[in-house]
Design a protein around this ligand. Structure first.
Ligand code: M6R
Length: 598
């Protein structure tokens, strides 16, 4: 998400920091900043691009410094919310990637103790904690501060009173140390370091490191020294941006467990799953385009089951021009980018119709977030997605929808608090479930090898997995150029059966929920037409294999959560099929990541 770099050595820090920071631009950001220890501490930051920052930067002397590109999660993109942050005495500077869950509580306490805040961010509390504990030096202050903090973090801090020293800490947010000759580096991602060094060390969760030009010391949270090995890497910049994966799409699918974790962070523990809804409404309408529409349609099933409220899903391009009905449903606009023209148009239309509106988006400060008002947005916090095919952001949208449904269920008393708590707890197991699916990658690859030559594929599912079949087909067609269609399995006999032959692949999603017997019936209909069938079912399903040619097993979860593992499996399947066919995976022909035209 945010980009982090730090340098301590003998050369002027400013150009090294800016150069390294630019290598992280591909991750996306909304503001940038730099702090360098010269005579005192010099701080410069701006909303917008690094190029903007450079325009206003004087030549700063100083051989230690930190710099940051921000991807907003708490507090809008703005100069005041850009990192680094300074303590009250303006001697400590801090940058951060991650989310501090208990920052409001800490902030109140610090304000009572006399600290003054300048931003709306969660991060700023930490620089004031460092100030509060600074008596015994920056490293000890960091260790103490970490005991007060809940959440995820990659922190990098400097103190003008300890020239030459950088202190960094990590939990669930990447930090990489780089070793030079009489100079050392830190960054959130390898591309930022490659020009300067190829000797790197990944900091682990629960570790704090202190860097000076000649030394790097790593300790655990109790201050005990930890011995770690250095690695020499041979990646070029492009490999490094992809984290060693061949394509961004694959990298992003592998980021799903972390993404789920980030979408849930703070929301489950606080039992405040989504913004509180003050309006009165008796139904919900979800409006979106493309993959986000498939999330919306899955949301219909999630909301009806969890929040017991009647819900519909509509394509944004259709909704805008539909006639105005009398009812005023809660209208939820879903858009990864927050910039899709049709979805923005739909949000304006919903407001004109007098509907209460909510948004689910990945981009703080996006047009959609502004349109519905920041207070009514549930952010997916998936970080940047570079591959045109939406993958981790789709899963994050599903997670956001579960959270929103729990919020509604709690406000409408649709479930007991015990039931809500249990469901929320199960959400926390989903990162592990996602790892379970990723663990099947080589099996999925073999299936892709077997089926990659088909020219037509039908994805069928029922209930909550009907939208998942639509999404599975969309993923396959957009990156592999195979004709793919998703169908509600019960609809096969109303037309599509006519198209089935030995040459047509049918992917049948068959989880053991109340639709399972019917689904097996639909699979038999396909069998009778001799089409090869790839079934997708739960790991311990002992029946499905009897009716299909191959089965791709996913971890068993509560049925309502089944769209999560299944859609991840289908993303991997589409990826490996496209790879077998030698397609341009990250940038499929004729498609754009963000569609800002109607
Ligand atoms: O940014 P949005 O979620 O509003 O984008 C909507 C669609 O353009 C998008 O989901 C598209 O279908 C995906 N990139 C397909 O993988």
């Amino acid at each position: 998400m945010c980009g982090i770099v730090g340098y301590t050595g003998y050369r002027r820090a400013q150009p090294i920091l800016l150069d390294s920071l630019k290598k992280l631009e591909y991750r996306g950001y909304d503001s940038a900043g730099i702090a360098v220890c010269g005579e005192g501490l010099e701080l410069h930051k701006t909303k917008g691009e690094i190029a903007e920052l450079e325009k206003t930067l004087p030549e700063i002397e100083g051989v230690v410094g930190i710099a940051h590109t921000r991807w907003a999660t708490h507090g809008k993109p703005s100069q005041k919310n850009a990192h680094p942050f300074l303590d009250c005495k303006k001697s400590i500077a801090l940058i951060h990637n991650g989310i501090i869950e208990n920052y409001l509580e800490i902030k109140e306490k610090l304000i009572e103790e006399g600290h003054e805040f300048t931003s709306d961010t969660d991060t700023e509390v930490v620089v004031h904690l460092l100030e509060k504990y600074s008596e015994d030096g920056l490293e000890k202050a960091m260790l103490k501060a970490l005991h007060d903090i809940e959440g995820s973090y990659g922190f990098v801090a400097i103190n003008s009173k300890e020239k030459g020293t950088i202190v960094v800490a990590r939990k669930e947010s990447p930090l990489i140390l780089g070793k030079g000759n009489d100079e050392n580096f830190v960054a959130s991602d390898i591309p930022a370091l490659l020009k300067e060094t190829n000797k790197i060390m990944q900091l682990h969760d629960g570790e704090v490191a202190t860097l000076t030009p000649k030394s790097i010391k790593v300790v655990d949270l109790d201050g005990n020294e930890v011995k770690r090995e250095w690695k020499t890497i041979t990646w070029n910049v492009e490999d490094a941006e992809k984290g060693g994966f061949e394509h961004f799409m694959l990298k992003e699918i592998y980021e799903t467990p972390e993404t789920i974790h980030n979408t849930l962070l703070g929301r489950v523990s606080e039992l405040q799953f989504a913004p509180t809804l003050h309006n009165d409404f008796s139904s919900v309408k979800m409006v979106a385009c493309g993959t986000s529409y498939h999330a919306a349609l899955t949301g219909k099933y999630i909301f009806e089951e969890i929040a017991n409220i009647s819900t519909t899903a509509e394509l944004a391009s259709e909704y805008r021009y539909s006639s105005r009905a009398r009812e005023r449903p809660l209208t939820i606009l879903i858009s990864q980018s927050g910039e899709t023209a049709d979805t923005l148009g739909a949000s304006r239309e919903a407001k004109l119709r007098g509907c209460p509106v909510w948004a689910i988006t990945n981009y703080m400060g996006s047009s959609l977030a502004r349109e519905v008002g920041e207070r009514n947005v549930l952010y997916t916090r998936a970080g940047i997605e570079i591959g045109v095919a939406a993958t981790k952001t789709f899963t994050a949208q599903l997670i956001a929808l579960y959270l929103a449904a729990l919020q509604l269920a709690s406000q409408r008393h649709a479930k007991t608090s015990d039931q809500i708590r249990r469901m929320a707890e199960e959400l926390r197991t989903l990162p592990r479930v996602a790892w379970g699916v990723l663990g099947k990658a080589s099996e999925i690859r073999s299936l892709a090898k077997k089926y990659h030559k088909v020219e037509d594929a039908y994805f069928i599912g029922r209930g909550r997995n009907y939208p998942v079949s639509l999404e599975g087909a969309l993923k396959l067609k957009e990156i592999s150029y195979i004709h793919g269609e998703g169908y509600a399995a019960g609809e096969l006999k109303h037309g599509p059966l006519a198209l089935l032959s030995e040459e047509t692949l049918v992917v049948a999603i068959a989880v053991q929920d109340h639709t399972y017997p019917k689904m097996l019936g639909n699979i038999r209909e396909v069998n009778a037409r001799s089409s090869p069938i790839l079934g997708i079912g739960y790991e311990d399903d002992e029946e499905l294999h009897r009716y299909v040619d191959d089965v791709l097993y996913v971890p068993r979860v509560s049925n309502i959560l089944s769209p999560v593992p299944i859609s991840i499996a289908l993303q991997l399947f589409a990826y490996y099929v496209a790879k077998e066919r030698g397609c341009e995976i990250d940038k499929p022909r004729h498609l754009a990541k963000t569609v800002t035209v109607e």
